[in-house]
Design a protein around this ligand. Structure first.
Ligand SMILES: Nc1ncnc2c1ncn2[C@@H]1O[C@H](COP(=O)(O)OP(=O)(O)OP(=O)(O)O)[C@@H](O)[C@H]1O
Length: 252
């Protein structure tokens, strides 16, 4: 069973950046193969990883559900879904990427979710690690289309409002009774001293702060130029911060 790391937080809090850097460091440490799952409808993990994606799972499922892709002779719907999901896996060096996409059309949830869930479980057995980029609403985790999580990293930017919404992610996890072994807070885009100023807010959430990712102009520049974040240099400030988080959480 793959070790699963999920990242969740409000839009723009650096989830994709964190996911890409975790994957970068896992690869560097020779911990592949890794399955990256983009479960954020707005996310662009493929760009951060430098992997081309043709299809999202939601697109494939919508086509199958609307009979735009007739079943090949001799194949059951289950077999065909498994085959098409497998086909939409984008392959890179040491990391493959599955983009969930969405939102899904009405009326197709249960059946497709059940199939995707079964398929995800089987698929993840082929990998040492699964790294998932999720929305704050934890859509896929709550529908259990994805498997149990070993570590959930909740991201917040360095603002009191951000910390409070990270606290709501924690409450959501608890109210949904999700099977998550460990949950930590990561404050992102941190300028000098701003984490200290947030200590009271952090304490109120009950989340354990595991690390801070500094605001780094280089990340912004890479995104601006469409350069994959996995190509950030070894001496990058954010790479060092993520490596430290991985040590503290015993991922590395
Ligand atoms: N440590 C950082 N330093 C500077 N800029 C950053 C940092 N982390 C993220 N950013 C910038 O913040 C923006 C949002 O980052 P990112 O895409 O990682 O967030 P996200 O939470 O995945 O957002 P979304 O939910 O919209 O996909 C990007 O423009 C990125 O360049």
């Amino acid at each position: 069973m793959a070790f699963t790391i999920a990242i969740a937080g409000k839009g723009g809090t650096g989830k994709t950046t964190l996911a890409a850097l975790l994957i970068r460091q896992l690869i560097q440490a020779g911990k592949g193969p890794i399955l990256a799952v983009d479960a954020d409808a707005n996310a662009n993990l493929h760009e951060a990883l430098g992997i081309e994606v043709e299809d999202t799972i939601a697109d494939v499922m919508a086509r199958i559900n609307n009979n735009l892709e007739p079943l090949p002779a001799g194949m059951t719907k289950d077999q065909y879904v498994a085959f098409r999901v497998h086909q939409s896996l984008a392959e890179g060096d040491e990391v493959d990427l599955l983009v969930m996409g969405g939102p899904e059309g009405p009326g197709c949830y249960c059946y497709v979710n059940n199939l995707v869930r079964g398929f995800m479980q089987e698929l993840s057995n082929n990998y040492a690690y699964v790294v998932m980029d999720n929305e704050a609403g934890l859509e896929h985790l709550s529908r259990r289309t994805t498997q149990n999580v070993d570590i959930l990293l909740v991201t917040s930017d360095a603002s009191a409002r951000g910390i409070r919404s990270a606290g709501r992610v924690k409450e959501l996890v608890e109210s949904l009774a999700l099977e998550i072994k460990k949950m930590y807070l990561v404050v992102t885009k941190v300028a000098d001293g701003s984490v200290e100023a947030l200590q009271d807010e952090i304490q109120k959430t009950g989340l354990e702060l595991i690390g801070a990712v500094p605001r780094d102009e280089q990340v912004f520049q890479y995104d601006l130029q469409g350069k994959p974040l996995v190509e950030l240099p070894d001496d990058s400030l954010v790479v060092a911060a993520v490596t430290e988080i991985m040590r503290k959480t015993a991922i590395l």
